[in-house]
Design a protein around this ligand. Structure first.
Ligand SMILES: Cc1cc2nc3c(=O)[nH]c(=O)nc-3n(C[C@H](O)[C@H](O)[C@H](O)COP(=O)(O)O)c2cc1C
Length: 388
């Protein structure tokens, strides 16, 4: 009997766990500290219920929408994930292609292995949003923004919830980091996953290099095994609203601030001219006392009153989770780990299938709940409009 293809987050994750070195798997999978924030997002999503409505007509639910001027087949954006190119060779290109096939935008991390121009060249049809981790040299950061705009990045997404690089015990324990530490343990880990090493590391070695942060200036790029050493590209996210305002002043496109949890910060974001925010616990990877995103949404949406788009992320595993975030007021969601597991399990097709399952589940959830776009406050708000 042919086994059924994987459908659920748990199945994709299980395959990824077999195929990836443990260090890479844990880097993606784990949360910070005691992993309370990671668990809290899931607990609240699991516990949330929606009263279903009946006799809502026979029309299939409309999932297509527009967020910050980007049309998309469903209110789902691929979240920025650093080093997605370590999951699979040319991982970011494969992810962008999978997303484009489904009509979903992809948000590229500043710390991706593949730079935006290579993705644009390979997947010209991709809707690309650009996440921003600022460098110590502000002018270099502005240069990166100009470059992203020139490559057609539709939305800039500065991440505000990561003031310093986050220490993660799991990464330390596995020897996984930038730079990566060669120890007996990490060598064994890589040796036990030789097909991964042959796909992802060997081609770079044969070209005389190592996977690196592709957006960093030539000559200053941190690679998997070597730190940059150039203080100009040190990790230096905005420290205050003036720094965010300077980014706003230099970016003519839409600005989406990622990692906002307090209503007063959401209001401030609207005041300085941001077009939207992502309410996020960073997937349980940053501040372990962060409340569940689902619990934060109502107050934040109330505080900004539809003036800016409010997106949500963290913990999306099923289409039902997407509906729960939309029901709580989000205009759309970002999803990080799910497409990475698909990519790790079966490359581009895996990412596409995993995301395709998410879309199908969202459609089913909308049908069974009887909820239409007009019933979902964030999707009905001016900042996010249905696409006919
Ligand atoms: C492996 C990994 C790398 C990430 N790298 C970044 C990053 O470079 N920039 C950023 O803003 N968020 C980053 N995130 C956070 C995601 O953008 C997103 O907030 C989070 O993954 C959402 O939770 P989920 O994985 O449960 O969907 C990363 C997440 C993961 C899992």
């Amino acid at each position: 009997m042919t086994p059924l293809p994987p459908r659920s987050f748990a199945e994709w994750r299980a395959i990824a766990r077999r195929r990836l070195p443990r260090g890479v798997f844990d880097y993606i999978d784990r949360g910070v500290a005691s992993e309370l924030s990671l668990a809290r997002d899931r607990e609240r999503l699991d516990a949330a219920t929606i009263v279903p409505k009946v006799l809502r007509g026979a029309e299939p639910p409309v999932m297509a929408t527009e967020i910050l001027g980007t049309a998309m087949a469903a209110p789902i954006v691929i979240a920025p994930t650093a080093l997605a190119g370590l999951v699979e060779r040319a991982g970011e290109i494969r992810m962008a292609r999978a997303a484009a096939r489904l009509g979903l935008p992809v948000c590229l991390s500043t710390q991706s292995v593949t730079p935006i121009e290579a993705i644009r060249a390979e997947v010209p049809e991709a809707a690309i949003w650009m996440q921003l981790y600022s460098w110590a040299d502000e002018e270099l950061t502005f240069g990166l923004m100009r470059h992203a705009a020139g490559q057609g990045a539709e939305v800039l997404v500065p991440t505000l919830d990561t003031p310093v690089p986050i220490r993660k015990d799991w990464n330390d324990r596995r020897g996984f980091g930038m730079p990566f530490r060669w120890t007996a343990r990490t060598m064994l880990d890589v040796a036990l996953h030789a097909p991964w090493a042959a796909r992802v590391i060997l081609p770079e070695l044969l070209r005389g290099g190592m996977p690196a942060y592709g957006h960093y200036p030539e000559g200053s790029r941190p690679t998997l095994t070597r730190a940059s050493g150039d203080p100009r590209v040190g990790f230096a996210p905005p420290r205050d609203w003036d720094a965010v305002t300077r980014i706003r002043d230099r970016w003519t496109g839409k600005l989406l601030l990622k990692g906002i949890c307090a209503p007063e910060d959401a209001v401030k974001a609207a005041e300085i001219g941001a077009d939207g925010i992502v309410v996020s616990s960073h997937g349980g990877r940053n501040f372990d006392a962060c409340p569940a995103v689902l619990d934060l949404l109502p107050d934040i949406c109330g505080a900004v009153g539809g003036r800016i788009a409010v997106m949500a992320d963290s913990g999306v595993r099923h289409g039902l989770d997407v509906l729960k975030y939309l029901h709580a007021g989000a205009a759309g969601v970002m999803s990080g780990r799910l497409p990475l597991w698909g990519l790790a399990a079966a490359g581009e097709d895996g990412a596409q299938t995993a995301l395709g399952c998410l879309l199908q589940e969202l459609e089913e959830a909308m049908i069974l709940s009887g909820l239409h776009q007009a019933d979902l406050p964030g999707m009905a708000a001016p900042a996010a409009r249905r696409v006919a």
